[in-house]
Design a protein around this ligand. Structure first.
Ligand SMILES: [Zn+2]
Length: 233
């Protein structure tokens, strides 16, 4: 990993992890809460009803993100643990087969047989399980799963995103709420899109178009539902 970090052109890889997750969480929070608020507001509900709906959306969304992330990362961790345990026992019970297996992987990547076995032998002498984990199972320490941390991060970034449309409900006059929510949401999404693109070292315009398109679609859909089933509009 230290070698990877020393390459300046790979910097996006180490930056992308947490920042990309944070941007995605905030993105979810903004889109789902703002769409819900736009839908309820378009139905002609009063400010307190809109606020309650928005606050409930924030809490429900944050909990659902946390639960989903916890379950997904835990099951990934379980799978990795089981794979490593099986690999460990195979290394103990059939070392020759495992040596052959690792050398085959290096041959498939282009090394000749002699060199492949030398690489396999040296790596296995140093850290047999580590070599098999990386090259056979694709597990590296960098992606080692931390479910609680992932769950808390998801919930926190979702809430941070959801807070923006909710604060607007409190400070915007009801008559202009729908328009204000839509404009502010698209602006924030564009900002997050730019941030996400920077984090991933990707092109900003494409990323901004992508997130604002889906945000606009979500708000158009809920505004339509609000108007369709609304009482006063
Ligand atoms: Zn193996």
């Amino acid at each position: 990993m230290s070698r990877l970090r020393s390459h300046p052109e790979r910097h996006a890889v180490s930056r992308i992890g947490w920042l990309r997750a944070a941007v995605l969480g905030a993105n979810d929070g903004i889109v789902s809460t703002a769409s819900l608020i736009v839908g309820v507001a378009a139905s002609g509900a009063d400010r307190s009803a809109i606020f309650v709906a928005g606050a409930a959306a924030l809490v429900a969304g944050a909990m659902s993100m946390a639960a989903g992330e916890y379950v997904s990362v835990s099951s990934q961790a379980d799978t990795e643990r089981a794979d490593l345990a099986r690999e460990k026992s195979e290394l103990a019970s059939q070392p020759d087969f495992e040596r052959r297996e690792l050398a085959d992987i290096y041959m498939a990547r282009g090394l000749d047989e002699d060199l492949a076995f030398r690489v396999a032998d040296q790596l296995m002498a140093n850290d047999a399980l580590g070599a098999h984990a990386r090259d056979e199972l694709g597990i590296s320490e960098v992606v080692a799963a931390r479910p609680v941390q992932a769950a808390l991060t998801s919930a926190a970034t979702f809430s941070a995103g959801a807070l923006m449309p909710l604060v607007l409900v409190a400070i915007t006059p009801p008559a202009s709420l729908v328009l204000t929510e839509i404009v502010a949401t698209l602006l924030f999404l564009a900002l997050l899109g730019a941030l996400g693109a920077w984090a991933g070292g990707a092109q900003a315009t494409r990323s901004i178009m992508r997130v604002t398109f889906w945000g606009a679609l979500a708000m158009a859909a809920t505004a339509g539902i609000g108007r369709l089933f609304g009482t006063t509009l």
